[in-house]
Design a protein around this ligand. Sequence first.
Ligand code: HEM
Ligand code: NAG
Ligand code: NAG
Ligand code: NAG
Ligand code: NAG
Length: 506
Amino acid sequence: MEYLSNFWLFVVGTISVLLYLAWLIPKRTSRPPGPPNWPIVGSLFYLNKLPHRAMEELAKKYGPILYLRLGYVNHIVISNAEMALEVLKTHDANFASRPSSIIGKYGGYDYFDIVFAPYGDNWRLLRKICVTELLTQARLKSFEPGREEEVARMVENIAKHNQEGKPMKMRHIFHELTSNNICRMLFGRYREKSDCFLGKEFDNLVHCVIELGEIGGKFNISDLIPILKPFDVQGIEKKLKHIQNQAKNSLSIILNMYRNETKIVTNSTVTDFVETLLSYDDGKLDERSIMGVLTDLIGGGTDSSAITMEWALTELIRHPKIMKRAQEELDAVVGRTRPVLMSDLPNLPYLHAIIKETFRLHPPLPLMVPHFNTQDVQILNYKIPANTTTIVNIWAIGRDSKVWRKPLEFDPDRFSDSDIKIGGSTFNLLPFGSGRRRCPGMDLAQHMLQYGLATIFHAFDWFPQPGIKLEDMNVMETFGALCPKDEPLVAIAKPRLSSQIYKQLT
Ligand code: HEM
Ligand SMILES: *[C@@H]1O[C@H](CO)[C@@H](O)[C@H](O)[C@H]1NC(C)=O
Ligand SMILES: *[C@@H]1O[C@H](CO)[C@@H](O)[C@H](O)[C@H]1NC(C)=O
Ligand SMILES: *[C@@H]1O[C@H](CO)[C@@H](O)[C@H](O)[C@H]1NC(C)=O
Ligand SMILES: *[C@@H]1O[C@H](CO)[C@@H](O)[C@H](O)[C@H]1NC(C)=O
């Protein structure tokens, strides 16, 4: 008897201990932690006009992977390098899709483009065309003369403003540079004729795409609370439809122009992007995809690079010592008797560090483009159910105080003894994302930034608008899809080379 009861006592005791231990082990299938959910709106209240900052605050409280229900849509927010690696590398294929959204529907031509396309064959084909035919190193090289001309035109423009003693809105100047450059690559055949009547259509197209980006990047109530969709409470759908129609019109006119010339005969060794797209697979590419890809490339190629240049110049005007070192490097490598050449760019490590530091503090896409998983995924101890929108907060990752010493300070020297790259192989700095969805325009963007910035630092000294003290210069951002400086930078330039060079440049 006594033996038996001891035995049962032992069994019951063991089971209790095991249950207790099992309870102590975090549940393998639990959802990540997150702020309280309210009926209907979920956690929408926790966001504000600067969602990347609001999400950074939430991450301080709930951790580097957190769950956020916005309206009816499940989100997870990733806020450090380890978790970004889980999503963009370890489980890359699982998270490689995109959520559906009103902007994808209109801006992405029913998701027939690249940026908004779900993970699948159409996305794979278009992305392949982009990386193997449009954005290859050889192709980028063939467009170098065009880039040189556009940079020279910018210098001329700045010099002219200077002669008139007028402060300049720099974003506008950088915009012109990047949009002219991408339009040349896309539509070079027509773009180069300056008297070409298509100029109006190009301008309209660029304008529409930028507007799409501004409207489309915001969190949309109708996307989050589907019962509100029919009412279009914010009027977005109407606006997007209107813009898409305008963009489509311009694109149709341009594409017809290409198609009407039955055989494309050029003596130019440079074929433009539209020619490549139209001739791909004997012209069998879906019209929506052709328009979608062109819209993506204009959208990707214009705003993000211009915004980054504005941020870099802002930080260097605020930090004259850093500007001075950048100019000393340029004087040593380039000298003062000729303009910067493309071949100088690899020899400017301090400039590269300045660009990295700009991306760290001011990533133009602070929340990247949302990712999406079509199947359940397990990350560490968490279960991420299918159909979750995943946001990687690269803004927060760039300011993570566990990784970056004095994270809010602009200090390019932090990169002098580090092997941190911006191409997505190191996860502390991800301005272009990483993995299957990484930005395919990265090399083009870097060429443009290095060449454009090297030239303006080399050719001019820079000052803030009269009456503004350096320490009072504003470095707050505003949030759309992109994150430009809140107050556009207004600056004054003084030539620092002999006037001969400016003639040579233009
Ligand atoms: C400073 C410049 C740029 C920055 C910071 C930037 C950043 C990004 C980021 C963060 C993504 C999303 C990555 C992800 O979801 O994982 C992206 C996607 C994309 N970017 Fe860029 N980009 C830049 C310039 C460009 C340029 C010049 C082009 C093309 C001419 C371009 C074309 C694209 C396209 C097509 C995608 C969608 C890729 C996909 O969904 O598969 N971008 N970019
Ligand atoms: C959401 O969509 C509406 C149109 O339906 C648009 O007006 C609005 O700006 C979008 N974004 C936000 C944050 O509401
Ligand atoms: C191209 O040709 C079509 C039909 O042949 C014509 O309707 C259209 O106006 C032409 N477009 C341009 C831009 O020349
Ligand atoms: C191409 O160049 C050749 C000689 O360089 C010239 O004879 C011909 O007219 C040019 N063709 C076109 C379409 O410009
Ligand atoms: C995800 O969405 C798809 C398509 O809307 C649906 O068929 C599927 O049931 C959803 N899965 C979950 C787990 O919600």
